[in-house]
Ligand binder design. Structure first.
Ligand code: MLC
Ligand code: AMP
Length: 503
């Protein structure tokens, strides 16, 4: 299928030109503004060439109009969009730029200093979003885009030490969006608030792209701030809100701290919305119950993953079962299998395997990892679930080395590799310790060189210069030796116990 716009988005935008598409700190923008801006950006990126031909363009842009102009501009020019995380320190940005083999980097004027030296060292052109908006050639011809072409690379942590690039095609993105628009009945009268980062599917697909596909409005905050969200919930005309469980916990804390009169206003504001969704990590039933008593909404919990978009969802209409993630979304095939790959009987735990048009095409330049991720065309999620009565329940993950904190997927191995480069550290083990608010807390047990003196604060400071803040260990335990089994392998379950006792 050939289209002249990224997965049909521009064609659809042109049908609602005068409607408001985005609201950010600087103001409101129509769909016509968005199309004009992204076409100009595409012309600037092409610089007279016919097609970027899937060249990777990395972009470090705050959530807002400029982010979408950069993203759509890259797509319109035939490039592959590689969003960089505004929360990442330079070493993580450098890794993503290098691993994706980016041919160019775009950054907000306020962020460009973070990538300039990386670009200089690699000989890469580096543009600000202001320069991107400058006139390119007028009426530049834009390439035809086959739906099977690569569109986006999102970096995700896994069981390898460094994050892998998950490549989605235009067809994958379209399938991910269409299934949600259909299931949750998105329409032009919707207005959603975005508070999630724009380097992961939750923010990019479920919130931003679903809104723009539907001709709806998206108000974009630059990050999550509980008071600011409550003000929008209470005073604006939102119809939808989507977030990770930690956000709901923090909103509950903020509501509880408010005076009684304000609480009533906040709760009343929530009742105007038609749907509130939680995902990216398990939603504790206590949070679901408390949120219902505050807002009147039973959160719709769903399950997804960077590689597959969303797969399972509680229904928009019908029973939303606490502690469960619902049933397969339209167009998504789901099965649960045992260690041999055979389907398990109803009620028994099995690994979730997924097939369908929304499933990614490959890990960027990692054919071996891509091969290992699929069995007979089914993607192996590594998550374990059971199903009864048509409702799936997530039981956990097959690897202890994958953590979820604040909805971010984090690799223990990646953090260990960085911590081991500290001159005072000889050994370390990173584990996720259960936490009601964050899901899991990143916790590190460390063995130091004889005679070394290193405080927890010093270690955390050192780590925060090298790792995203959400990967920096929250708890640090200094020990003379790590617990090991008879084979000499560190036993992570024993390491977790070190953090169970108060210290
Ligand atoms: C951070 N802090 C923690 C912590 N993480 N404390 C304890 N445990 C943790 N795990 C501390 C910080 O050090 C800081 O302290 C304070 O809490 C605030 O940290 P922050 O990072 O600034 O938090 P905040 O800005 O409030 O952000 C919280 C959040 C954020 C929940 C909004 O984590 C977030 O945006 N998460 C969403 C991630 C996401 O989009 N995931 C989707 C992946 S896609 P101090 O002392 O420094 O103030 C996917 C597929 C799917 O999963 O299904 O959707
Ligand atoms: P990511 O790789 O960042 O896309 O995170 C995907 C992972 O988040 C999945 O593999 C699950 O482990 C987890 N996840 C997403 N939604 C849920 C949910 N509703 N309940 C439990 N885990 C979830």
């Amino acid at each position: 299928m050939m289209e002249r716009s990224p997965p049909g988005l521009v064609d659809r935008a042109l049908k609602c030109r005068e409607r408001t598409a985005l609201i950010d700190v600087a103001g409101a923008y129509t769909y016509a503004d968005l199309v004009r801006g992204s076409q100009a950006a595409a012309a600037r990126l092409l610089e007279g060439a016919a097609d970027l031909a899937e060249a990777r363009v990395a972009f470090l842009v705050e959530p807002g109009f400029d982010y979408v102009v950069a993203q759509w501009g890259i797509w319109l020019a035939g490039g592959v969009a590689v969003p960089l995380a505004v929360s990442h320190p330079p070493p993580e940005l450098a890794y993503t730029i290098t691993d994706s083999d980016a041919s160019m980097v775009i950054a907000s004027a306020t962020l460009i200093d973070r990538v300039r030296s990386i670009c200089d060292a690699a000989g890469l052109p580096c543009l600000t979003t202001d320069e991107l908006g400058e006139d390119g050639p007028k009426n530049a011809a834009l390439p035809e885009l086959a739906a099977e072409r690569r569109a986006m690379i999102l970096y995700t942590s896994g069981t390898t030490s460094r994050p892998k690039g998950v490549v989605s095609t235009h067809a994958n993105i379209r399938a991910q969006v269409e299934t949600l628009v259909d299931a949750w009945e998105w329409g032009p009268n919707d207005h959603v608030l975005l508070v999630l980062p724009l380097h992961h599917v939750h923010g990019i697909i479920n919130v931003l792209t679903c809104a723009l596909w539907s001709g709806a409005r998206c108000t974009m905050h630059r990050g999550f701030e509980a008071e600011a969200v409550w003000t929008v919930l209470a005073e604006d005309d939102l119809t939808l809100f989507m977030a990770v469980p930690t956000v709901y916990s923090k909103l509950i804390g903020c509501w509880e701290a408010a005076p009684a009169e304000r609480r009533e206003d906040l709760s009343n504001g929530c009742r105007r919305l038609r749907l509130m969704v939680s995902g990216s990590a398990a939603l504790p039933v206590t949070v679901l119950d408390r949120w219902r008593s505050i807002s009147g909404h039973t959160l719709l919990e769903r399950y997804g993953m960077t590689e597959i978009g969303m797969a399972l969802s509680n229904p928009l209409r019908g029973e939303r079962r606490p502690g469960h993630v619902g049933a397969p979304l339209p167009g998504v095939e789901v099965r649960l299998v045992d260690e041999l790959g055979d389907p398990v009987p109803e009620g028994s735990p099995g690994e979730i395997r997924i097939r369908g048009a929304s499933v990614f095409s490959e890990y960027w330049r990692r054919p071996e990892a891509t091969g290992e991720a699929f069995v007979d065309g089914w993607f192996r999620t590594g998550d374990v679930a059971q199903v009864s009565d048509g409702y799936y329940r997530i039981l956990g993950r097959s690897s202890v080395d994958i953590l979820k904190s604040g909805g971010y997927k984090i690799s223990a191995l990646e953090i260990e590799e960085v911590l081991r480069t500290h001159p005072e550290v000889t050994e370390c083990a990173v584990v996720g310790v259960e936490d009601e608010e964050w899901g899991e807390r990143v916790s590190a047990a460390l063995v130091l060189r004889a005679g070394a003196s290193l405080s927890e604060g010093e270690l955390r400071q050192w780590a925060s210069e090298r790792l995203a803040s959400y990967k920096v260990p929250r708890d640090v335990f200094f020990t003379a030796e790590l617990p090991r089994n008879a084979m000499g392998k560190v036993t992570k379950l024993e390491v977790k116990k070190l953090f169970a006792a108060p210290f």
